[in-house]
Design a protein around this ligand. Structure first.
Ligand SMILES: [Zn+2]
Length: 263
């Protein structure tokens, strides 16, 4: 397997969903189609660099469990800021090919994303992110749920979790949620202790989402870029983000692990 890039996320998800992709820069990650998943949840964890993840992983039991049973990859980031990075994650295109540098450009862009590829084939999809970003998806996803930008760091990510659980009630086959706690804390000048707390909160939220999705769902967690502000910029990462692919296995649920009773 050659080097993995963030543009490989969308085609990997499309393969899981059985959706066709237009010509793009990314390629599906090998092997995951054999996992037998038909649904996928993508949690984008803002500023989760690969080195940062490795440094914090003992405090992140949910992500670590998924990585240990699935895949943990150092993915090459393709942009240094959030909007073009997320556009690359969702379109499979490098920034020079999607040209999306701002939310306004995202809403005006003719370029289609994974969520549209899926919707065209009747795949129910949902996206949960900051409200201005969420609005760019309205009209072609089943649920585009926004969270107000003005909330505190903790409340914002809690609200992303709450709306993600709400979105899962409608049983989408693909859900994309964007958690921003680590990035906000870094921008506010926080050090590693504050970043660890923010990461730990996000890990709890991801655990809650994983507990709410049906068995045999794929969970994908990725950073969008390494920390790009504050005292931790450049400390753990220069250009790689964490990319975790895991499967919520039926065998671990309470129902499937109930004692076997012969007929
Ligand atoms: Zn970001």
């Amino acid at each position: 397997m050659g080097s993995i890039k963030l543009v490989d996320v969308a085609p990997t998800m499309a393969r899981v969903l059985g959706a066709r992709t237009p010509p793009i820069d990314g390629r599906p990650i090998d092997g995951v189609e054999g996992w037998g998943c038909e649904r996928v949840v993508l949690a984008i964890v803002d500023s989760l660099g690969y080195g940062l993840y490795r440094f914090l992983e003992t405090f992140l039991p949910n992500m670590r469990g998924m990585a240990e049973e699935g895949l943990l990859l150092a993915a090459e980031a393709v942009a240094a800021s959030t909007t073009p990075a997320i556009a690359s994650i969702l379109t499979g295109l490098l920034p020079e090919n999607h040209g999306i540098g701002s939310t306004r450009q995202a809403s005006e862009s003719e370029i289609r994303s994974l969520l549209e590829w899926a919707s065209f084939e009747g795949v129910r999809s949902a996206v949960v992110m900051e409200e201005e970003g969420a609005r760019t998806f309205e009209g072609f996803v089943e649920a585009a749920l926004g969270v107000p930008r003005g909330l505190s760091v903790r409340d914002f990510d809690r609200e992303i979790l709450a709306r993600s659980l709400e979105a899962l009630d409608a049983d989408p086959r693909v859900l994309v949620s964007h958690f921003i706690g680590i990035d906000r804390v870094a921008h506010q000048g926080g050090g590693i202790d504050e970043v660890r707390e923010a990461a730990s909160d996000v890990d709890d939220h991801i655990g809650d989402i994983a507990a709410a999705v049906p068995e045999e769902s794929m969970m994908i967690i990725c950073g969008d870029h390494p920390i790009h502000a504050g005292e931790l910029q450049g400390v753990f990462d220069s250009s790689s983000v964490a990319l975790i692919l895991g499967k919520r296995r039926g065998g671990r649920s309470r129902r499937a692990s109930a004692p076997f009773r012969p007929p």
